[in-house]
Design a protein around this ligand. Structure first.
Ligand code: NDP
Length: 445
């Protein structure tokens, strides 16, 4: 890392102790930014990096609610409003027991650059809670969401901060959150949340957007090597929103997705994952992946273990951070891996990224490859602002244009900085320069 950035990084890490994921995200971005500061000493002068690493606002709050047996439960809620240079804070809410400030800050930090890359007018933020929706009844989830919004509502708004979903927050949770916001404020402010249902201000393609976008981005990378998804053998991790839609899109483009996972194990389905059955088990019945294997002939279920043990030519990690380490990356290489497209945020460890890059595998980092979700959220905000709703075809066309644009911008930036094919560098520099220019223009705030 550039010596000037090294000392800024040390200060940031010391100032945010115990936040391992945030540290990892900061280091990964700083490693790309040396050359930018050679060309733009004014960024150093104006302390852009120091300011970028300090969120504009961090909100932590108590979320009390009662479970179905009448017992009081207490969770912790977070919203980190990281950077508003380009637009209102924008980023999802994650409900998962692992959530703490370090995870919310890593996600919020990544979101700044991702949102800049989309070319849409959105800043970066993220939030969530250590609440675990798994095994909770609808009524419990509703009471939790209502309590969460009873504090959050005072911090958000269509011109201020616009949350959406993430792990553990899908259409059901967004519905309960929106209902409570409307009740408290007496405003039908559609643009305050994205990921809404179609009949009440949602956008077609938003549920599919992150998974579809990841595949579109990866397809663009494959094209640079004269190939495509057609005929590829694909492994996807996760079986939630991003994973299911990535599977559907990859198979629509002619690939065979032979495996996917949840946090308990993985399935191997050599005939190609049956997306309809997977959607029924995961989205309708809210079941476990094991039940998919029980209902389909010729499918094996591996309890525990790593989905990265399954041979693939394309890998799409779509579950969670740090789920693919250096060892798993090396195992994947042995099987003729061509490309990795990150549907999740920071799923590959720094070791894994190094293994892929050294081996010349096409590697699309999450902040570029999974930006289709937030980009389509911005399209949802556009539709809300104009009280319009677009067709599936038109919205998907816009998503495709945006993903191809992000791919091309990352590739062009990597070329410009003398590292052709380095999408990590292209995404970090491309996103950073846009935000840094806006921060410079807006003065010391
Ligand atoms: P979901 O909650 O719909 O699905 C998450 C999936 O990942 C589930 O299959 C879950 O398994 C699995 N998973 C979660 N934690 C772990 C873990 N610790 N180990 C193994 N598997 C795990 O979330 P999404 O699909 O929305 O999000 C997945 C990833 O994509 C996240 O990194 C998220 O930040 C990122 N992302 C999501 C966007 C969106 O629009 N939703 C936008 C951009 C990025 P189980 O059910 O067993 O917990």
């Amino acid at each position: 890392m550039d010596a000037r950035l090294e000392s800024i990084k040390d200060t940031v890490l010391a100032r945010n102790p115990g936040e391992a994921e945030f540290h990892q995200a900061v280091v990964e971005v700083f490693e790309s930014l040396g050359p930018v500061h050679d060309r733009h000493p004014e960024f150093l002068e104006a302390a852009i990096l120091e300011r970028l690493c300090e969120p504009e606002r961090q909100i932590i709050f108590r979320v009390p609610w009662t479970d179905d047996s009448g017992r009081v439960q207490i969770n912790r809620g977070f919203r980190v409003e990281f950077n508003s240079a380009l637009g209102p804070y924008k980023g999802g809410l994650r409900f998962h027991p692992s959530v703490y400030l370090g995870i919310v800050k890593f996600l919020g930090f990544e979101q700044i650059f991702k949102n800049a890359l989309t070319g849409m007018p959105i800043g970066g933020g993220k939030g969530g809670s250590d609440f675990d929706p798994r095994g909770r009844s609808d009524a419990e989830v509703m009471r939790f969401c209502q309590s969460f919004m009873t504090e959050l509502y005072r911090h958000i708004g269509e011109y201020t901060d616009v949350p959406a979903g993430d792990i553990g927050v899908g259409g059901r949770e967004i519905g309960y959150l929106f209902g409570q916001y409307k009740r408290i404020t007496n405003r039908y402010e559609s643009g305050v949340l994205t990921g809404k249902g179609i009949s009440w201000g949602g956008s077609l393609v938003r549920p599919e957007a992150t998974g579809f976008g990841t595949v579109i981005f990866t397809q663009e990378m494959l094209k640079t090597r004269g190939t495509s998804f057609d005929g590829q053998r694909v492994v996807v991790s996760g079986s939630g929103n991003v994973a299911v839609n990535a599977i559907a899109k990859a198979q629509a483009l002619g690939a065979t997705v032979v495996a996917c996972s949840d946090s308990s194990g993985y399935v191997v389905d050599e005939a190609g994952i049956d997306v309809e059955l997977l959607r029924t088990v995961k989205e309708v019945e809210r079941g476990r992946l094991k039940e998919y294997a029980e209902r389909r002939a010729g499918v094996s279920y591996v309890d525990g273990g790593s989905v990265w043990d399954v041979d693939a030519t394309v890998a799409l990690p779509c579950a969670t951070q740090n789920e693919l380490d250096g060892d798993a990356a090396a195992r994947l290489l042995r099987n003729g891996l061509l490309a990795v497209g990150e549907g999740a945020n920071m799923p590959s460890t720094r070791d894994a990224v190094a293994v892929f890059q050294e081996a010349g595998v096409l590697f699309g980092p999450g902040k570029a490859a999974n930006a289709g979700g937030v980009a389509t959220s911005a399209l949802e905000m556009q539709q809300n602002a104009s009280r319009d709703s677009w067709s599936f075809e038109h919205t998907e066309e816009r998503l495709t244009e945006i993903m191809v644009g992000i791919h091309d911008r990352c590739a062009a930036t990597a070329d410009e900085y003398g590292e052709p094919g380095n999408y990590v560098l292209g995404a970090n520099i491309g996103g950073f320069v846009k935000v840094a220019d806006a921060m410079l223009a807006q003065g010391l705030i």
